[in-house]
Write a protein that binds this ligand. Structure first.
Ligand code: MF3
Ligand code: CO
Length: 253
């Protein structure tokens, strides 16, 4: 069952999602050669708490940090470490979740550290735009498969491959709710979207093959062929006319 949220519940999710967006924006300027991934996590945890929210990932199924920091061939769920430093030319995916009034927000983006390769830049651009494509399909009356298909087509047309082992998800009173939202699918299939459904849509694309290996730490997912990966995510609410991006950076400030 895909839960429909009330307008008040969606406003709580917007508060949580805005905290996530604000902290991700601040983190962007901290991703520079020499910073450790633990420094980024410390900053994220303090900032989330200072903004009156609670880190969503910390302790989730035993995950030990606030932030996921996944560098280059790491796709998702990179665990922050005092021994891991960002270096010139890296692409760094940051994934963050927060809880406000018992409701979750979840978002991710990929940041370049210094000068990056043309391929890395293209991967980042295509991944971000594949999320835009997906969001453009979200609307009451659409099918979930329309959204999933949009990511796949855009990625493949632009020469990237789609990670199939991880998906987006419904979100709300829990980090992961129904439905599961793969980054591939058939248009006109899957659940009917209704106003008030809240979804975390998160394309994960690779420059090479998209086969995944999980490292011995039990979390870090890397591309099996070592190719670069990028990840973008928004938490959104379905509306009658389209999609309300809850994790958009607030224009009001
Ligand atoms: N955005 C990711 C997801 O939805 C983050 C989860 S990380 C975890 O799965 F540590 F909380 F598992
Ligand atoms: Co997510």
């Amino acid at each position: 069952m895909i839960e429909i949220k009330t307008p008040a519940e969606i406003e709580s999710m917007r508060r949580a999602s805005r905290v996530v967006a604000e902290v991700l924006l601040q983190l962007k300027s901290k991703v520079k050669p020499g910073v450790s991934t633990l420094d980024l996590d410390r900053f994220a945890e303090k900032s989330v708490r200072d903004l009156g929210a609670v880190p969503a990932f910390l302790g989730y199924r035993g995950y030990p940090a606030t932030l996921c920091v996944s560098i280059n061939e790491e796709i998702v769920h990179g665990i922050p470490s005092p021994k891991r430093f960002v270096k010139e030319g890296d692409i760094v995916s940051l994934d963050l979740g927060a809880v406000c009034d018992g409701f979750y927000g979840d978002a991710a983006l990929t940041v370049a550290a210094g000068q990056i390769s043309k391929g890395a830049q293209k991967l980042m651009d295509v991944t971000r735009r594949s999320l835009d494509e997906a969001l453009s399909k979200v609307k009451a009356g659409a099918r979930l498969g329309d959204v999933c298909h949009a990511v796949e087509v855009f990625a493949v047309e632009n020469g990237m491959s789609v990670v199939r082992e991880f998906t987006g998800h419904g979100i709300g009173r829990r980090l992961h709710e129904e439905p599961s939202i793969p980054n591939f699918g058939k248009p006109g299939t899957g659940p009917l979207l209704k106003a008030g459904m809240t979804l975390a849509i998160e394309p994960m694309l690779c420059l090479g093959r998209a086969d995944v290996v999980v490292k011995n730490d039990g979390w870090t997912a890397v591309s099996a062929d070592g190719s670069l990966a990028a990840h973008y995510e928004h938490t959104v609410a379905v509306t009658e006319s389209g999609c309300d991006i809850l994790s958009a950076v607030s224009r009001a400030g």
